[in-house]
Design a protein around this ligand. Structure first.
Ligand code: G3H
Ligand code: ZN
Length: 286
């Protein structure tokens, strides 16, 4: 069923687990993520980014409503999250499209401006029954922006600043910069686990890890053990889907029916979701 995001993440945090949030660009992504989550018998978050909305000509409703409908029929809890929103106009559409939560992304702004914009977004979101995540620090790699080195001075989230940010904005969860970069196609990122532990000790809200495709399995598991409660993964799924489509088309150069190669891509994506959920599964369940 379609499920509220907040309780999923809060319960995961309380149990020292993490809920996985997978990026959805097309309907096939939503179908694949749900299929993969059902195979793993795990709850999951479908997240549609502002960039994905832009791909759909700026209109969130068609994909979001389709994803919400797919979620409603799932055998596992499925939440629907609007990700990396910078546009206030888009934020204000979130309440009408089936979303159960939103990430408002003002991390590129100077601290005080991030606080002001995020506080306004959080107030609006809570008035409309939406759980709100925000970001402090610089997880780069989106649109070629952000620091080239995730460990560069000033890129990572400062614990004292984070505590003040959460208090000043009233956000429900915080995305932290602890060594990941978006859109990595190799799993070579390394986290600052000492910083993550300090952030977990300092903050009372659940912590979110962006750019998780770049982490090898042991780093992912360690991130959860150290206090990450929501793990955002996008690129890893696109690697799986695009690889399978490419292989299908190479093996059958005369193919024209999109259903053939999209089915191959969707199956590969579902398998990738199941594998990642296995990596993130509580130790007791493994
Ligand atoms: O918000 C989305 C995630 O941070 C996905 O990042 O594509 O690098 O896995 P990724
Ligand atoms: Zn992200």
């Amino acid at each position: 069923p379609l499920t509220a995001t907040g309780p999923l993440v809060t319960q995961a945090a309380a149990a020292h687990h993490a809920v996985a949030a997978f990026n959805v660009i097309t309907l096939e992504h939503a179908e694949a993520v749900i299929e993969g989550a059902e195979a793993a018998a795990a709850p999951v978050v479908l997240q549609i980014s502002e960039n994905a909305v832009r791909f759909h000509h700026g209109r969130p409703a068609p994909l979001a409503r389709a994803a919400a409908e797919a979620a409603a029929h799932a055998t596992v809890p499925v939440a629907l999250h609007l990700d990396h929103v910078r546009s206030t106009d888009l934020l204000h559409l979130a309440a009408d499209c089936g979303f159960t939560s939103v990430m408002f992304d003002a991390a590129h702004l100077p601290y005080e401006e991030n606080v002001t914009a995020t506080r306004t977004a959080a107030t609006w979101a809570h008035r409309h029954g939406l759980w709100l995540e925000a970001e402090l620090g610089q997880v780069g790699g989106k649109d070629g922006t952000g620091p080239l080195d995730a460990h560069a001075p000033g890129a990572r989230t400062d614990p004292d600043e984070a505590r003040a940010f959460v208090a000043a904005t009233g956000v429900d969860a915080l995305a932290v910069a602890v060594g990941t970069t978006h859109a990595m196609t190799s799993r070579t990122a390394r986290l600052d686990h000492e910083l993550l532990a300090r952030l977990h000790d300092t903050l009372t809200v659940p912590l979110v890890l962006h750019g998780s495709s770049g982490l090898p399995d042991p780093e992912l598991r360690r991130a959860v053990a150290t206090g990450i409660a929501k793990v955002n993964i996008g690129t890893a799924l696109n690697i799986a889907m695009t690889g399978a489509v490419r292989a299908h088309l190479a093996a059958d150069p005369a193919a024209v029916d999109p259903r053939r190669y999209l089915a191959a891509g969707r199956s590969a994506m579902a398998a990738a979701v199941t594998a990642l959920l296995g990596t993130l599964a509580p130790l007791t369940a493994r």
